[in-house]
Design a protein around this ligand. Structure first.
Ligand code: COA
Length: 258
């Protein structure tokens, strides 16, 4: 892969978008490689947690590649939007936790990519924004939908209608990121959080993601049904026996992802 680096270390997959001369902007090749990575992650049973970040110290992803816009027809724009949305939905639907380590500019498609991840941690220099209105376009990779769901309509519309950029601290205040760390500590702090996840039952995490992602848009009653069926399914796993036994035996559980 030319623009997306993919490594697995100690059950963590590191996906790093690396197109630094263009601040990791998403062109067709980057999107294709990103999709391939997440298709591989889905199949790989060794991977338990994914950390997605941008190469360098300046940008997570500075958006979709603006070079494509001048010649893009409305029909191509629709296809481009659907393509980006599908890849980001693939990330969001992962049954393994995906953590965005936002290490700089997360603008347009970069902010949308971070929002498709399950958790977001930012470095102090990170900057978030949906600047599409400045370019005469709109957010097309899920920004008009995920941003209001994450931060509420007021904050979302402020960002989407003004195009203004917000710093990491403000992003944390409005709930766009979980926490903010110095850039030099970002990866180690995110790895600590990933490490805590690695101690827990993998199937429990998969079913939790299924219940939360599947239920969040449903009426409460339907969401509760989904939860009950996920609760039922987790009781088919061996790890739930191990989890309860270990607690009762006063020892640490040894989960087998079964
Ligand atoms: N698409 C294509 N190229 C991009 C890009 C994008 N979204 N964002 C940055 N780049 C390119 C720049 O064109 C520049 O390339 P060049 O050296 O060939 O001219 C390179 O990345 C470095 O960016 P530059 O603008 O020189 O850095 P800066 O520090 O002055 O500014 C930003 C950084 C992020 C504020 C600025 O690059 C920017 O506003 N980018 C566009 C963000 C955006 O609107 N994203 C949404 C797209 S829908």
């Amino acid at each position: 892969m030319d623009f997306v680096k993919f490594e697995i270390r100690e059950q963590i997959a590191y996906v790093t978008i690396d197109r630094q001369t263009k601040l990791n902007a998403l062109n067709k090749a980057v999107l294709d490689e990103l999709e391939q990575c997440f298709l591989d992650i889905k199949k790989n049973t060794e991977i338990r947690v994914v950390i997605l970040t941008g190469a360098g110290e300046k940008a997570f992803v500075a958006g979709a590649d603006i070079n494509q816009f001048p010649s893009m027809t409305p029909e191509e724009a629709y296809t481009f939007s659907k393509r980006g949305q599908a890849i980001f939905s693939l990330i969001e639907s992962s049954r393994k936790p995906v953590i965005a380590a936002v290490n700089g500019f997360a603008l347009g498609g970069g902010c949308e990519l971070a929002m498709a991840c399950h958790l977001r941690y930012a470095s102090e220099n990170a900057v978030f924004g949906q600047p599409e209105v400045k370019l005469g376009v709109i957010a097309g990779f899920g920004g008009t939908q995920r941003l209001p769901r994450i931060v509420g309509t007021g904050h979302a519309l402020e960002m989407l209608l003004t195009g203004k950029m917000i710093k990491a601290k403000k992003a944390a205040e409005i709930g766009l990121v979980n926490d903010v760390f110095p850039l030099s500590e970002l990866m180690s702090r995110v790895e600590e959080i990933a490490g805590v996840m690695l101690q827990q039952a993998p199937q429990s995490q998969a079913f939790t993601l299924r219940a939360v992602n599947g239920g969040v848009e449903l009426p409460l009653e339907n969401g509760l049904d989904l939860e009950a069926s996920a609760f039922q399914d987790v009781f088919r796993t061996e790890d739930r026996v191990e989890g309860a036994r270990a607690f009762l035996d006063h020892r640490l559980p040894e989960f087998k992802n079964k």
